[in-house]
Design a protein around this ligand. Structure first.
Ligand code: PMP
Length: 351
């Protein structure tokens, strides 16, 4: 069923409270020494968003777009299958807008995640492996939406507004921040969960510089993008789910990079203990991916990425345990020196 969307003015009034809470994140320049040269890699500090992750941008943009086109109406229940940052983002932003929120979640996820989502007023439906795990939970939400027209499914893996969120905010912010430092990006790297970040920032950068390299990244232990299906297990939460998302167009991107989960953990640990930057495991992976591209392009290449979240949701994971160094890891060779920070830029936002 479709409804007329709210007017642009009404949507603006509803959403303006978020404009100082989501997006406009600082840009960090991480300075380090690697194989005989001084290096810098740039990363957006996405832990500064309202609920502590980059997924706030996607949740906000999907909901705002849905209000404008009438696919959600006040009071509808927001229902999404997810295990992590997306659930937290939809719970918080959905409740702020007065919506009931239900999150379908694999029952083997850590209790701290479920509690966090519940504390934000959302209901959790646990889904077991026997019920089909993550893919099963997506099918369950679709079944529910067919029966109940007061249910709104954000469908982050296939919703174009996910890509648009990054094309219209993360990408332009990053470009402007780099410009303010007097540099232009040669490449952007991002680990792929839904692929919204890499596709959206990629589109923005390629419009400004068609030669910009845009690299997706996946865990070496579970290479879903390069095989087309789920393989193995990995510990980089938030990236590489059980399938290649519909919004990911690999033919529009450069080569898929692979980071080891142990190396990503060591890199994230190093950023926290060495520079005081408490980031999640996928941020460690992204820094390693950016380093791989820089090694290929030359030590002076301007390579940017995102630190997707902070370390607080990983307190019960291997991020807080001792991680063995394995042959081929890059993080042991990274000698962090310091970092500088560039303030967030406010884009002209509608709605
Ligand atoms: N890192 C973390 C911690 C995440 O939660 C996500 C989102 N699942 C990503 C990276 C990947 O972002 P995207 O969904 O935009 O590909």
């Amino acid at each position: 069923m479709t409804h007329a969307g709210l007017s642009g003015h009404a949507v603006h009034e509803r959403f303006k409270r978020f404009s100082h809470l989501i997006g406009s994140t600082p840009l960090l320049a991480i300075h380090f020494f690697f194989r005989g040269s001084h290096r810098t890699i740039y990363a957006k500090a996405e832990g500064h968003n309202m609920t502590g992750s980059i997924k706030d941008r996607m949740a906000l943009h999907i909901l705002r777009t849905a209000y404008l086109n009438g696919s959600i109406k006040p009071g509808d229940r927001i229902v999404e299958a997810t295990s992590g940052n997306t659930g937290i983002a939809f719970a918080a932003i959905g409740r702020a807008l007065g919506h009931p929120v239900t999150i379908y979640m694999p029952d083997w996820m850590s209790q701290e995640r479920a509690l966090l989502i519940q504390s934000l007023g959302a209901e959790i439906v646990p889904v077991s492996r026997d019920q089909g795990g993550f893919l099963g939970s997506i099918r369950m939400t679709e079944h529910l939406a067919r029966r109940d027209h007061n249910v709104f499914l954000p469908s982050q893996f296939s919703n174009a507004a996910n890509v648009a969120a990054h094309e219209e905010t993360t990408g332009p912010e990053l470009w402007l921040q780099l410009e303010s430092l007097g540099v232009k990006p040669d490449a952007f790297v991002a680990g792929v969960g839904t692929g919204g970040t890499v596709m959206g920032v990629g589109r923005c950068f390629r419009r400004k510089n068609p030669k910009a390299r845009i690299h997706p990244l996946e865990p070496a232990e579970s290479p879903t993008l390069s095989t087309g299906h789920k393989v193995g297990h990995h510990r980089i939460q938030g990236i590489s789910d059980e399938f290649v998302p519909a919004i990911v167009k690999l033919d529009q991107l450069d080569a898929v990079l692979k980071a080891h989960d142990g190396d990503s953990i060591l890199m994230a640990q190093k950023l926290a203990a060495g520079l005081g930057l408490g980031v999640g495991i996928s941020s460690g992976a992204n820094l390693l991916g950016a380093l791989m591209v820089q090694n290929e392009l030359g030590p002076g290449a301007v390579v940017a990425t995102v630190f997707s979240d902070d370390n607080k949701k990983y307190l019960s994971t291997d991020l807080l345990r001792e991680e063995p160094v394995m042959p081929g890891y890059l993080s042991p060779e990274v000698e962090l020196s310091d970092f500088t920070a560039c303030s967030g830029v406010y884009l002209h936002k509608q709605g």
